[in-house]
Design a protein around this ligand. Sequence first.
Ligand SMILES: [Zn+2]
Ligand SMILES: [Zn+2]
Length: 461
Amino acid sequence: MASRLRPVLAPALRILPRTAAARVSSAAAISARRSLSLKSFFTSRKPATSDPFTSQFEPVLEQADLFHPLSKSPLAPVRAKADWIAAHGTCPVCKEQDSHSHSHSEISEAAETEKSKSKSKPPTYECPDCGYPTHCSEEHYKMDKEHHKHVCGTLREVNEDEHDLRSGRRMKEFEFPGAQHRDEAVNLSNWDTFLYTRGFLSMNSERSMRHVSHVLTYPLTIGSVLHQSSPYQLGKDLTVEGLKSLAALRHTLHPAMIPGITQSQDLRSTATHTVRIFCLGARAESHLPPHIYMQLAYLFPTTAFQIHFVGPDAIPPHTKSTESHQHVHYEQMTFVYDNSRYESYHAEAGPFNPYYDVFFLFSPGLAHPSTKDMWKPTIPLLLDTKCAIFGTGFDERDVMNDVAEIENAGYELDWLMKPRENVFRSLKHEINMTDVRQSAQCNWGIWGIRGRRYDVRPSDQ
Ligand SMILES: [Zn+2]
Ligand SMILES: [Zn+2]
């Protein structure tokens, strides 16, 4: 894995979304705290011209007209992005020149960063091929073109995808299928087979795949780990302990079908078990509309779910309420949103049972300076439950930093799933707007752990 290490992501990708950034409308892109998450599209408080789920408006952009330099975009939120990059971004050539001029000086790293910021000119020159403001001037752009061409294609793709999402066209790919017939088998090998076997419509372009994978990555990351048709196999991805933990959960999730009862379409009335999924440090995953999570529920038609989103940024979608604890019921799912610290929530939510409870930490930043301390009291509590704990990261380095943090802490734990690429990662690249050379993918990688269990064995003597 190490050979594919991405460049270091600027801290912005980690820091930005920790507060309620996703609650603000996309017009607030000028704010320095803007979330990089696409979820801000879906939680806009503005009239829903930019909400692809409810868009009923005349298209403002044709499909042949999706490429625009950011500053010349017909869409205000995209123009705002150009302003934001000009205010907070970096010209890589200026940055390079600056670091050279300081390389022999004795000043501290922090002071150097401060100084280089003041010397660099803002990136206001837009690459004609991707439309992103990448450099301070055409001159610096031309000097750096060899480097830029490695990211230009991704930036172009993101540019067109963003215009497409806000184009006002009918987003047929977001018209998701309902419950599957009990005889139909879902294939979770990858996005393609999942979407095909579940009967998703209009998935005939990579762009549609990127849009849909970006909203479904949270429920499908959970579903693909837990399901008996999981793409993760013993020996390759799962350890023996991993298989044991998942076997316990699958015992609950896939009860034997009872003829005449479990074939009913009324899922809630036939749900015989409740599985609790705890998403800790929840941010974007809590802002998704409940119907998105139904795609998880449809994978387990006889199970009722409680999804607990816990953390200061766990907020139901489309709400004006500022209550710190809220419940939303949706078919066989109950969503709990709680802003308390996990330590206090843990005491209330217990006791925990490895057959019914599982934890997911989506891009937790266990090793990141701004979030590291927050997790320190939490991890031992989770390990103590002996329930399975899965985590994700937005790129390889992010995953490996979290993994190293866990290993170095000396916890008594077993690995359930070795860190690896997540089959159901978002296919959409998110650009780091403070340095557009860097991008990441939501839930790029995944790993799993559990507090160590000691089997009681009869003594030999
Ligand atoms: Zn420059
Ligand atoms: Zn370019």
